[in-house]
Design a protein. Sequence first.
Length: 587
Amino acid sequence: MKFEKRAPQLRLKLEGWRSRLVFIMAAAGFALLAGRAFYLQAMHTDFLQAKGEARYGRVLELPASRGPVNDRNGQPLAISTPVESIWATPDELDDVDDAKIHALAKALAVAPDEIRQKIARKDRQFVYLKRQISPDQAAKVMALGIPGVFQQREFRRYYPAGEVMAHVVGFTGIEDNGQEGVELAAEDRLAGVPGSRKVIKDRKGRIVEDVESMRAPRDGQAVTLALDQRLQFLAHRELKAAVAQHGAKGGSIVILDARTGEILALVNQPDYNPNNRANVTGRQTRNRSVTDLFEPGSTMKPFTVAAALDAGIVTPGTLVDTGPGFMTLGGWTINDSHPNGTITVSQVIQRSSNIGSAKIMLRMPAERMGTLFRELGFGSPPQTGFPGEAKGQLKPWAKWRPIEQATLSYGHGISVSLLQLARAYTIFTNAGQLLPLALLKTDAQPIGKPLVTKETALEVTRMMELAVMPGGTAPRAQVPGYRVAGKTGTAYKPENGGYNEHKYVSSFVGFGPVTSPRFIVAVMIDEPAGPKHVGGDVGAPVFSSVMGAALRMMSVPPDAPGTLNAMAPAPAPESAHAAAPAKGFEG
Protein backbone atom coordinates (compact mmCIF):
# COMPACT_ATOMS: atom_id res chain seq x y z
CA MET A 1 0.00 0.00 0.00
CA LYS A 2 1.36 3.35 -0.97
CA PHE A 3 1.30 6.34 1.29
CA GLU A 4 0.69 9.78 0.11
CA LYS A 5 3.31 12.41 0.46
CA ARG A 6 3.16 14.00 4.02
CA ALA A 7 1.67 17.39 4.46
CA PRO A 8 4.11 20.26 4.85
CA GLN A 9 2.91 21.09 8.36
CA LEU A 10 4.01 17.63 9.54
CA ARG A 11 7.55 17.93 8.27
CA LEU A 12 10.43 18.70 10.80
CA LYS A 13 12.85 20.96 9.21
CA LEU A 14 15.49 23.13 10.91
CA GLU A 15 16.68 26.20 9.17
CA GLY A 16 20.37 26.26 8.39
CA TRP A 17 21.27 29.15 10.65
CA ARG A 18 19.50 27.55 13.56
CA SER A 19 21.39 24.26 13.26
CA ARG A 20 24.63 26.13 13.15
CA LEU A 21 23.68 28.04 16.31
CA VAL A 22 22.88 24.86 18.22
CA PHE A 23 26.17 23.33 17.13
CA ILE A 24 28.15 26.38 18.20
CA MET A 25 26.44 26.47 21.61
CA ALA A 26 27.09 22.79 22.22
CA ALA A 27 30.72 23.15 21.18
CA ALA A 28 31.16 26.19 23.46
CA GLY A 29 29.71 24.28 26.39
CA PHE A 30 32.11 21.40 25.85
CA ALA A 31 35.00 23.85 25.49
CA LEU A 32 34.00 25.60 28.71
CA LEU A 33 33.86 22.33 30.61
CA ALA A 34 37.21 21.25 29.18
CA GLY A 35 38.75 24.61 30.09
CA ARG A 36 37.37 24.47 33.59
CA ALA A 37 38.66 20.94 34.06
CA PHE A 38 42.09 21.96 32.78
CA TYR A 39 42.11 25.02 35.06
CA LEU A 40 41.21 23.03 38.16
CA GLN A 41 43.44 20.03 37.48
CA ALA A 42 46.44 21.70 35.91
CA MET A 43 46.53 25.31 36.99
CA HIS A 44 44.43 25.86 40.13
CA THR A 45 44.80 22.67 42.15
CA ASP A 46 44.25 24.18 45.62
CA PHE A 47 40.48 23.83 45.56
CA LEU A 48 40.39 20.11 44.83
CA GLN A 49 43.28 19.43 47.16
CA ALA A 50 41.51 21.30 49.95
CA LYS A 51 38.36 19.28 49.37
CA GLY A 52 40.32 16.06 49.44
CA GLU A 53 42.36 16.97 52.47
CA ALA A 54 39.19 17.92 54.33
CA ARG A 55 38.25 14.26 54.17
CA TYR A 56 41.51 12.76 55.38
CA GLY A 57 43.79 15.60 56.51
CA ARG A 58 43.77 17.17 59.96
CA VAL A 59 45.68 19.98 61.65
CA LEU A 60 46.46 18.99 65.24
CA GLU A 61 47.29 21.49 67.96
CA LEU A 62 50.50 20.82 69.84
CA PRO A 63 50.02 22.02 73.42
CA ALA A 64 52.65 24.24 75.04
CA SER A 65 53.68 23.81 78.65
CA ARG A 66 52.99 26.70 81.01
CA GLY A 67 56.07 28.21 82.59
CA PRO A 68 56.92 27.16 86.17
CA VAL A 69 56.71 29.44 89.20
CA ASN A 70 59.65 29.11 91.61
CA ASP A 71 60.61 30.66 94.91
CA ARG A 72 63.81 32.69 95.30
CA ASN A 73 65.84 29.51 95.90
CA GLY A 74 64.51 27.67 92.87
CA GLN A 75 61.97 25.55 94.73
CA PRO A 76 58.95 24.81 92.49
CA LEU A 77 55.69 26.45 93.54
CA ALA A 78 53.68 25.73 90.38
CA ILE A 79 54.47 23.17 87.70
CA SER A 80 52.63 21.70 84.72
CA THR A 81 52.06 17.96 84.42
CA PRO A 82 50.93 16.21 81.18
CA VAL A 83 47.36 14.91 81.18
CA GLU A 84 44.93 13.65 78.54
CA SER A 85 41.48 14.81 77.55
CA ILE A 86 38.94 12.53 75.86
CA TRP A 87 36.75 13.98 73.12
CA ALA A 88 34.32 12.61 70.59
CA THR A 89 32.42 13.35 67.38
CA PRO A 90 28.70 13.01 68.23
CA ASP A 91 27.71 11.70 64.79
CA GLU A 92 29.99 8.70 65.00
CA LEU A 93 29.43 7.96 68.67
CA ASP A 94 25.65 8.09 68.24
CA ASP A 95 25.73 4.78 66.36
CA VAL A 96 27.59 2.96 69.17
CA ASP A 97 25.54 0.40 71.10
CA ASP A 98 24.63 0.74 74.78
CA ALA A 99 27.17 -1.83 75.91
CA LYS A 100 30.05 0.23 74.58
CA ILE A 101 28.59 3.46 76.01
CA HIS A 102 28.46 1.80 79.44
CA ALA A 103 32.04 0.55 79.03
CA LEU A 104 33.16 4.05 78.01
CA ALA A 105 31.36 5.61 80.98
CA LYS A 106 32.96 3.14 83.36
CA ALA A 107 36.44 3.85 82.00
CA LEU A 108 35.85 7.59 82.34
CA ALA A 109 34.24 7.21 85.79
CA VAL A 110 31.11 9.11 84.71
CA ALA A 111 27.44 8.21 84.33
CA PRO A 112 26.29 6.80 80.94
CA ASP A 113 23.54 9.43 80.80
CA GLU A 114 26.17 12.15 81.01
CA ILE A 115 27.80 10.85 77.84
CA ARG A 116 24.45 10.54 76.06
CA GLN A 117 23.60 14.14 76.92
CA LYS A 118 26.89 15.39 75.50
CA ILE A 119 26.48 13.58 72.19
CA ALA A 120 22.77 14.40 71.82
CA ARG A 121 23.42 17.65 69.93
CA LYS A 122 24.04 16.73 66.31
CA ASP A 123 25.01 20.27 65.33
CA ARG A 124 28.34 19.85 67.07
CA GLN A 125 31.32 18.10 65.54
CA PHE A 126 33.43 18.14 68.69
CA VAL A 127 32.58 17.52 72.35
CA TYR A 128 34.74 16.82 75.40
CA LEU A 129 33.73 13.69 77.29
CA LYS A 130 36.18 14.28 80.14
CA ARG A 131 39.15 16.57 80.51
CA GLN A 132 42.48 16.31 82.24
CA ILE A 133 42.63 12.66 83.19
CA SER A 134 45.76 10.63 83.79
CA PRO A 135 47.56 9.05 80.81
CA ASP A 136 46.86 5.59 82.29
CA GLN A 137 43.13 6.23 82.43
CA ALA A 138 43.18 7.65 78.90
CA ALA A 139 44.97 4.53 77.67
CA LYS A 140 42.19 2.36 79.12
CA VAL A 141 39.58 4.47 77.33
CA MET A 142 41.34 4.27 73.98
CA ALA A 143 41.88 0.52 74.40
CA LEU A 144 38.10 0.09 74.06
CA GLY A 145 38.46 0.95 70.37
CA ILE A 146 35.19 2.86 70.19
CA PRO A 147 34.87 4.77 66.89
CA GLY A 148 34.50 8.52 67.22
CA VAL A 149 36.41 8.70 70.53
CA PHE A 150 39.78 10.44 70.56
CA GLN A 151 42.37 11.71 73.05
CA GLN A 152 44.22 15.01 73.24
CA ARG A 153 47.33 15.93 75.20
CA GLU A 154 46.98 18.84 77.64
CA PHE A 155 48.72 20.13 80.77
CA ARG A 156 47.36 20.51 84.28
CA ARG A 157 48.83 22.78 86.94
CA TYR A 158 50.12 21.25 90.16
CA TYR A 159 51.07 23.19 93.29
CA PRO A 160 53.58 21.30 95.48
CA ALA A 161 53.19 23.64 98.49
CA GLY A 162 49.39 23.38 98.46
CA GLU A 163 47.56 25.77 100.78
CA VAL A 164 50.80 27.29 102.12
CA MET A 165 51.40 29.20 98.88
CA ALA A 166 47.82 29.34 97.63
CA HIS A 167 47.16 33.05 98.12
CA VAL A 168 50.41 34.10 96.48
CA VAL A 169 50.68 31.71 93.54
CA GLY A 170 46.94 31.47 92.85
CA PHE A 171 45.65 28.92 90.35
CA THR A 172 44.67 28.34 86.72
CA GLY A 173 41.37 27.40 85.11
CA ILE A 174 40.47 24.35 83.02
CA GLU A 175 41.95 26.05 79.95
CA ASP A 176 45.26 26.51 81.81
CA ASN A 177 44.90 30.28 82.04
CA GLY A 178 45.63 32.23 85.22
CA GLN A 179 42.69 32.92 87.52
CA GLU A 180 44.23 34.25 90.75
CA GLY A 181 47.53 35.38 92.26
CA VAL A 182 50.79 35.24 90.35
CA GLU A 183 49.20 32.86 87.84
CA LEU A 184 46.97 35.75 86.77
CA ALA A 185 49.42 38.60 87.31
CA ALA A 186 52.16 36.97 85.20
CA GLU A 187 49.86 35.40 82.60
CA ASP A 188 51.74 36.95 79.66
CA ARG A 189 55.03 35.39 80.77
CA LEU A 190 53.74 32.07 82.02
CA ALA A 191 51.38 31.20 79.17
CA GLY A 192 52.93 29.24 76.31
CA VAL A 193 52.03 29.47 72.60
CA PRO A 194 50.66 26.19 71.20
CA GLY A 195 52.07 24.76 67.98
CA SER A 196 50.45 22.73 65.18
CA ARG A 197 51.17 19.89 62.77
CA LYS A 198 49.40 18.44 59.74
CA VAL A 199 48.59 14.71 59.65
CA ILE A 200 46.59 12.23 57.59
CA LYS A 201 43.96 10.16 59.36
CA ASP A 202 41.99 7.11 58.24
CA ARG A 203 38.22 6.83 58.52
CA LYS A 204 38.53 5.67 62.14
CA GLY A 205 40.49 8.74 63.17
CA ARG A 206 43.85 6.98 63.39
CA ILE A 207 46.94 8.88 62.27
CA VAL A 208 48.49 7.06 59.33
CA GLU A 209 50.99 9.69 58.23
CA ASP A 210 52.62 12.76 59.74
CA VAL A 211 52.72 15.26 56.86
CA GLU A 212 54.50 18.31 58.24
CA SER A 213 55.14 20.43 61.31
CA MET A 214 53.47 23.80 60.78
CA ARG A 215 54.48 25.62 63.97
CA ALA A 216 56.54 24.45 66.92
CA PRO A 217 55.02 25.04 70.36
CA ARG A 218 56.69 27.66 72.55
CA ASP A 219 56.64 26.93 76.27
CA GLY A 220 55.97 29.68 78.79
CA GLN A 221 58.75 31.42 80.69
CA ALA A 222 59.68 30.66 84.29
CA VAL A 223 58.82 33.21 86.97
CA THR A 224 61.03 33.46 90.06
CA LEU A 225 59.39 35.10 93.05
CA ALA A 226 61.07 36.97 95.87
CA LEU A 227 59.30 34.66 98.32
CA ASP A 228 61.23 32.15 100.37
CA GLN A 229 59.27 28.93 100.73
CA ARG A 230 60.87 28.21 104.13
CA LEU A 231 59.72 31.53 105.57
CA GLN A 232 56.31 31.02 104.00
CA PHE A 233 55.91 27.63 105.71
CA LEU A 234 57.02 29.17 109.00
CA ALA A 235 54.60 32.11 108.80
CA HIS A 236 51.75 29.85 107.70
CA ARG A 237 52.27 27.51 110.64
CA GLU A 238 52.36 30.31 113.22
CA LEU A 239 49.41 32.20 111.78
CA LYS A 240 47.23 29.11 111.57
CA ALA A 241 48.02 28.26 115.18
CA ALA A 242 47.28 31.82 116.37
CA VAL A 243 43.95 32.02 114.54
CA ALA A 244 42.91 28.69 116.07
CA GLN A 245 44.16 29.64 119.55
CA HIS A 246 42.19 32.88 119.65
CA GLY A 247 39.12 31.62 117.78
CA ALA A 248 39.66 34.37 115.20
CA LYS A 249 37.82 34.91 111.95
CA GLY A 250 41.04 35.12 110.00
CA GLY A 251 44.44 36.76 109.80
CA SER A 252 47.48 37.67 107.72
CA ILE A 253 51.25 37.86 107.98
CA VAL A 254 53.65 39.72 105.70
CA ILE A 255 57.43 39.32 105.86
CA LEU A 256 59.57 41.84 103.97
CA ASP A 257 63.29 41.97 103.41
CA ALA A 258 64.09 45.06 105.44
CA ARG A 259 66.98 45.95 103.11
CA THR A 260 65.40 45.47 99.66
CA GLY A 261 61.62 45.59 100.09
CA GLU A 262 61.26 42.10 98.62
CA ILE A 263 58.18 40.19 99.77
CA LEU A 264 59.61 37.09 101.44
CA ALA A 265 56.36 35.65 102.80
CA LEU A 266 52.69 36.45 102.54
CA VAL A 267 50.11 34.19 104.18
CA ASN A 268 46.43 34.41 105.03
CA GLN A 269 43.82 32.52 106.98
CA PRO A 270 41.49 30.93 106.05
CA ASP A 271 43.35 29.18 103.26
CA TYR A 272 42.51 26.57 100.62
CA ASN A 273 44.12 23.79 98.61
CA PRO A 274 44.65 24.96 95.00
CA ASN A 275 45.02 21.34 93.88
CA ASN A 276 41.45 20.55 94.95
CA ARG A 277 39.05 23.47 94.67
CA ALA A 278 35.80 21.50 94.60
CA ASN A 279 34.37 23.17 97.70
CA VAL A 280 36.43 26.38 97.82
CA THR A 281 34.63 29.65 98.53
CA GLY A 282 35.56 33.23 97.67
CA ARG A 283 36.23 33.91 101.34
CA GLN A 284 39.03 31.35 101.27
CA THR A 285 40.67 32.53 98.06
CA ARG A 286 40.84 36.20 99.05
CA ASN A 287 44.39 37.43 99.39
CA ARG A 288 43.54 39.40 102.52
CA SER A 289 46.92 41.03 103.10
CA VAL A 290 46.64 42.67 99.67
CA THR A 291 42.93 43.12 99.01
CA ASP A 292 41.38 43.63 102.46
CA LEU A 293 41.46 46.92 104.34
CA PHE A 294 41.42 47.56 108.07
CA GLU A 295 41.93 50.53 110.38
CA PRO A 296 45.50 50.08 111.65
CA GLY A 297 45.15 51.64 115.09
CA SER A 298 48.27 52.54 117.00
CA THR A 299 50.67 51.03 114.45
CA MET A 300 50.35 54.49 112.84
CA LYS A 301 51.72 56.37 115.87
CA PRO A 302 55.40 55.97 114.87
CA PHE A 303 54.71 57.94 111.67
CA THR A 304 53.01 60.74 113.62
CA VAL A 305 55.99 61.04 115.96
CA ALA A 306 58.47 60.78 113.06
CA ALA A 307 56.82 63.70 111.27
CA ALA A 308 56.92 65.84 114.43
CA LEU A 309 60.56 64.98 115.14
CA ASP A 310 61.55 65.70 111.55
CA ALA A 311 59.83 69.09 111.68
CA GLY A 312 61.61 69.98 114.90
CA ILE A 313 58.31 70.37 116.73
CA VAL A 314 59.25 67.86 119.46
CA THR A 315 62.22 65.87 120.68
CA PRO A 316 62.19 62.41 122.27
CA GLY A 317 62.30 64.04 125.68
CA THR A 318 59.58 66.63 125.08
CA LEU A 319 56.91 66.39 127.78
CA VAL A 320 53.30 65.80 126.78
CA ASP A 321 50.48 66.25 129.30
CA THR A 322 47.98 63.43 128.78
CA GLY A 323 45.99 64.60 131.79
CA PRO A 324 43.51 62.37 133.54
CA GLY A 325 43.29 59.92 130.65
CA PHE A 326 40.72 61.65 128.43
CA MET A 327 40.54 64.72 126.22
CA THR A 328 37.54 66.47 124.64
CA LEU A 329 37.91 67.96 121.19
CA GLY A 330 35.06 69.46 119.19
CA GLY A 331 32.47 67.66 121.25
CA TRP A 332 34.19 64.27 120.96
CA THR A 333 36.18 62.52 123.67
CA ILE A 334 39.50 60.74 123.19
CA ASN A 335 40.44 58.25 125.92
CA ASP A 336 43.49 56.37 127.14
CA SER A 337 42.89 53.03 128.86
CA HIS A 338 44.44 54.49 132.04
CA PRO A 339 45.80 57.89 133.05
CA ASN A 340 49.43 58.45 132.09
CA GLY A 341 49.83 62.00 133.34
CA THR A 342 52.76 63.92 131.92
CA ILE A 343 55.01 61.68 129.81
CA THR A 344 57.75 62.12 127.22
CA VAL A 345 57.30 61.68 123.49
CA SER A 346 59.24 58.39 123.76
CA GLN A 347 56.77 57.18 126.36
CA VAL A 348 53.86 58.10 124.09
CA ILE A 349 55.10 55.32 121.80
CA GLN A 350 56.16 53.01 124.61
CA ARG A 351 52.79 53.21 126.40
CA SER A 352 50.77 53.83 123.23
CA SER A 353 48.96 56.93 124.46
CA ASN A 354 46.18 58.10 122.15
CA ILE A 355 45.98 61.48 123.88
CA GLY A 356 49.72 62.00 123.60
CA SER A 357 49.70 61.08 119.92
CA ALA A 358 46.72 63.35 119.22
CA LYS A 359 48.35 66.33 120.94
CA ILE A 360 51.56 65.83 118.97
CA MET A 361 49.58 65.65 115.73
CA LEU A 362 47.66 68.82 116.49
CA ARG A 363 50.93 70.75 116.85
CA MET A 364 51.60 70.16 113.15
CA PRO A 365 49.89 71.59 110.08
CA ALA A 366 47.44 69.06 108.62
CA GLU A 367 49.21 69.40 105.27
CA ARG A 368 52.48 68.04 106.67
CA MET A 369 50.94 64.89 108.07
CA GLY A 370 48.64 64.40 105.09
CA THR A 371 51.56 64.70 102.70
CA LEU A 372 53.65 62.20 104.68
CA PHE A 373 50.79 59.67 104.76
CA ARG A 374 50.43 59.95 100.98
CA GLU A 375 54.17 59.61 100.41
CA LEU A 376 54.20 56.51 102.63
CA GLY A 377 51.84 54.90 100.11
CA PHE A 378 48.57 55.12 102.02
CA GLY A 379 45.66 55.79 99.69
CA SER A 380 47.53 54.33 96.68
CA PRO A 381 47.99 50.76 95.40
CA PRO A 382 51.37 49.32 96.44
CA GLN A 383 52.17 48.46 92.79
CA THR A 384 53.26 44.88 93.37
CA GLY A 385 51.31 43.44 90.46
CA PHE A 386 49.03 41.35 92.68
CA PRO A 387 45.48 41.24 91.28
CA GLY A 388 42.97 43.26 93.26
CA GLU A 389 45.48 45.44 95.13
CA ALA A 390 43.60 47.73 97.49
CA LYS A 391 44.62 51.37 97.59
CA GLY A 392 43.04 52.06 100.96
CA GLN A 393 41.16 55.12 102.08
CA LEU A 394 42.70 58.40 103.17
CA LYS A 395 40.71 61.61 103.25
CA PRO A 396 42.47 64.64 101.67
CA TRP A 397 44.22 66.67 104.38
CA ALA A 398 42.40 69.87 103.33
CA LYS A 399 39.13 68.29 104.49
CA TRP A 400 40.33 67.14 107.89
CA ARG A 401 38.46 68.48 110.90
CA PRO A 402 40.47 68.86 114.13
CA ILE A 403 38.96 65.66 115.58
CA GLU A 404 39.86 63.79 112.38
CA GLN A 405 43.41 65.11 112.44
CA ALA A 406 43.72 64.00 116.06
CA THR A 407 42.33 60.49 115.53
CA LEU A 408 44.37 59.93 112.37
CA SER A 409 47.45 60.19 114.58
CA TYR A 410 46.60 56.80 116.07
CA GLY A 411 45.10 55.09 113.04
CA HIS A 412 41.46 56.10 113.08
CA GLY A 413 39.80 57.44 109.93
CA ILE A 414 42.26 55.67 107.62
CA SER A 415 42.13 52.19 106.13
CA VAL A 416 45.15 50.28 104.84
CA SER A 417 46.14 46.82 103.71
CA LEU A 418 48.67 44.89 105.76
CA LEU A 419 51.08 44.98 102.82
CA GLN A 420 50.89 48.78 102.68
CA LEU A 421 51.50 49.02 106.41
CA ALA A 422 54.51 46.69 106.31
CA ARG A 423 56.03 48.67 103.45
CA ALA A 424 55.66 51.98 105.32
CA TYR A 425 57.89 50.60 108.09
CA THR A 426 60.82 50.40 105.64
CA ILE A 427 61.54 54.07 106.48
CA PHE A 428 62.71 52.87 109.90
CA THR A 429 64.95 50.12 108.53
CA ASN A 430 66.53 52.18 105.73
CA ALA A 431 67.60 55.44 107.32
CA GLY A 432 64.35 57.25 106.54
CA GLN A 433 63.93 56.00 102.95
CA LEU A 434 60.76 54.29 101.73
CA LEU A 435 61.50 51.21 99.60
CA PRO A 436 59.40 49.94 96.69
CA LEU A 437 57.93 46.46 97.13
CA ALA A 438 59.20 43.63 94.96
CA LEU A 439 57.18 40.52 94.21
CA LEU A 440 59.86 39.09 91.91
CA LYS A 441 63.38 38.26 93.02
CA THR A 442 65.81 41.06 92.34
CA ASP A 443 69.58 41.31 92.66
CA ALA A 444 69.71 45.08 92.26
CA GLN A 445 69.62 47.37 95.26
CA PRO A 446 66.36 49.37 95.08
CA ILE A 447 66.34 53.14 95.13
CA GLY A 448 64.52 54.41 98.19
CA LYS A 449 62.57 57.63 98.53
CA PRO A 450 63.78 59.81 101.43
CA LEU A 451 60.86 60.82 103.65
CA VAL A 452 62.45 61.51 107.04
CA THR A 453 66.03 61.98 108.19
CA LYS A 454 68.25 59.13 109.29
CA GLU A 455 68.36 60.62 112.80
CA THR A 456 64.56 60.67 113.00
CA ALA A 457 64.31 57.04 111.86
CA LEU A 458 66.81 56.00 114.56
CA GLU A 459 65.01 57.97 117.29
CA VAL A 460 61.63 56.38 116.47
CA THR A 461 63.29 52.96 116.32
CA ARG A 462 64.57 53.46 119.88
CA MET A 463 61.03 54.37 120.97
CA MET A 464 59.60 51.23 119.34
CA GLU A 465 62.31 49.19 121.02
CA LEU A 466 61.04 50.54 124.35
CA ALA A 467 57.55 49.32 123.38
CA VAL A 468 58.73 45.68 123.40
CA MET A 469 60.55 46.01 126.70
CA PRO A 470 59.11 45.85 130.24
CA GLY A 471 56.82 48.82 130.71
CA GLY A 472 55.83 48.80 127.03
CA THR A 473 52.73 47.40 125.37
CA ALA A 474 54.45 44.45 123.68
CA PRO A 475 57.06 42.67 125.82
CA ARG A 476 55.73 39.41 124.34
CA ALA A 477 57.21 40.51 121.02
CA GLN A 478 60.74 40.08 122.41
CA VAL A 479 63.01 37.63 120.62
CA PRO A 480 65.63 35.92 122.81
CA GLY A 481 69.11 36.84 121.62
CA TYR A 482 68.02 39.72 119.40
CA ARG A 483 67.02 43.35 119.74
CA VAL A 484 63.70 44.00 118.02
CA ALA A 485 61.43 47.03 117.70
CA GLY A 486 57.78 47.38 116.84
CA LYS A 487 54.35 48.73 117.60
CA THR A 488 51.05 47.21 118.64
CA GLY A 489 47.65 48.12 117.26
CA THR A 490 44.14 47.23 118.37
CA ALA A 491 40.96 48.63 116.87
CA TYR A 492 37.24 48.03 117.03
CA LYS A 493 35.81 46.98 113.68
CA PRO A 494 33.62 49.41 111.75
CA GLU A 495 30.05 48.15 111.39
CA ASN A 496 26.78 49.75 110.26
CA GLY A 497 28.18 53.25 110.25
CA GLY A 498 29.72 52.91 113.70
CA TYR A 499 32.00 50.55 115.60
CA ASN A 500 31.28 47.15 117.09
CA GLU A 501 32.81 47.15 120.58
CA HIS A 502 32.90 43.36 120.60
CA LYS A 503 34.87 42.85 117.39
CA TYR A 504 38.55 43.70 117.15
CA VAL A 505 41.42 43.79 114.70
CA SER A 506 44.68 43.14 116.57
CA SER A 507 48.00 43.83 114.92
CA PHE A 508 51.72 44.17 115.42
CA VAL A 509 54.39 45.47 113.04
CA GLY A 510 58.07 45.26 113.89
CA PHE A 511 61.56 44.54 112.62
CA GLY A 512 64.86 43.08 113.74
CA PRO A 513 67.63 42.91 114.59
CA VAL A 514 67.67 46.59 115.55
CA THR A 515 71.44 46.91 114.98
CA SER A 516 71.09 45.81 111.34
CA PRO A 517 67.45 45.16 110.36
CA ARG A 518 66.95 42.04 108.26
CA PHE A 519 63.19 41.41 108.34
CA ILE A 520 59.99 43.40 108.75
CA VAL A 521 57.13 41.25 110.06
CA ALA A 522 53.55 42.52 110.08
CA VAL A 523 50.82 40.49 111.80
CA MET A 524 47.05 41.07 111.71
CA ILE A 525 44.48 38.90 113.51
CA ASP A 526 40.85 39.49 112.56
CA GLU A 527 38.24 39.26 115.31
CA PRO A 528 40.09 37.36 118.06
CA ALA A 529 37.61 35.97 120.57
CA GLY A 530 38.00 35.76 124.32
CA PRO A 531 39.40 38.12 126.92
CA LYS A 532 42.78 38.50 125.17
CA HIS A 533 42.25 40.62 122.11
CA VAL A 534 44.80 43.47 122.15
CA GLY A 535 47.82 43.57 119.86
CA GLY A 536 50.25 42.93 122.72
CA ASP A 537 48.52 39.67 123.61
CA VAL A 538 47.52 38.46 120.14
CA GLY A 539 49.82 39.89 117.48
CA ALA A 540 53.06 40.33 119.45
CA PRO A 541 53.58 36.62 120.33
CA VAL A 542 53.13 35.67 116.67
CA PHE A 543 55.71 38.28 115.68
CA SER A 544 58.13 36.89 118.25
CA SER A 545 57.78 33.31 117.01
CA VAL A 546 58.07 34.23 113.33
CA MET A 547 60.91 36.72 113.73
CA GLY A 548 62.93 34.50 116.03
CA ALA A 549 62.64 31.44 113.78
CA ALA A 550 63.38 33.49 110.66
CA LEU A 551 66.53 35.04 112.12
CA ARG A 552 67.81 31.67 113.27
CA MET A 553 66.90 30.04 109.96
CA MET A 554 68.94 32.63 108.08
CA SER A 555 71.84 32.38 110.57
CA VAL A 556 71.62 36.07 111.49
CA PRO A 557 74.08 36.71 114.34
CA PRO A 558 72.43 37.63 117.68
CA ASP A 559 72.87 41.27 118.67
CA ALA A 560 71.69 40.72 122.28
CA PRO A 561 73.14 37.36 123.34
CA GLY A 562 72.57 38.19 126.99
CA THR A 563 68.80 37.86 126.49
CA LEU A 564 68.85 34.30 125.15
CA ASN A 565 67.20 32.96 128.30
CA ALA A 566 65.03 36.00 129.02
CA MET A 567 61.31 35.56 129.59
CA ALA A 568 58.94 38.29 128.44
CA PRO A 569 56.74 39.80 131.18
CA ALA A 570 53.10 40.64 130.67
CA PRO A 571 52.46 43.73 128.51
CA ALA A 572 51.48 47.09 129.93
CA PRO A 573 47.88 48.16 129.19
CA GLU A 574 47.29 49.65 125.78
CA SER A 575 45.53 52.98 125.47
CA ALA A 576 41.93 53.15 124.34
CA HIS A 577 39.98 55.79 122.54
CA ALA A 578 36.29 56.26 123.25
CA ALA A 579 34.68 58.80 120.99
CA ALA A 580 31.33 58.72 119.26
CA PRO A 581 32.54 58.74 115.62
CA ALA A 582 35.72 56.83 116.34
CA LYS A 583 34.77 54.78 119.33
CA GLY A 584 36.65 51.61 119.92
CA PHE A 585 40.29 52.28 119.27
CA GLU A 586 42.88 50.77 121.51
CA GLY A 587 46.63 51.13 121.35
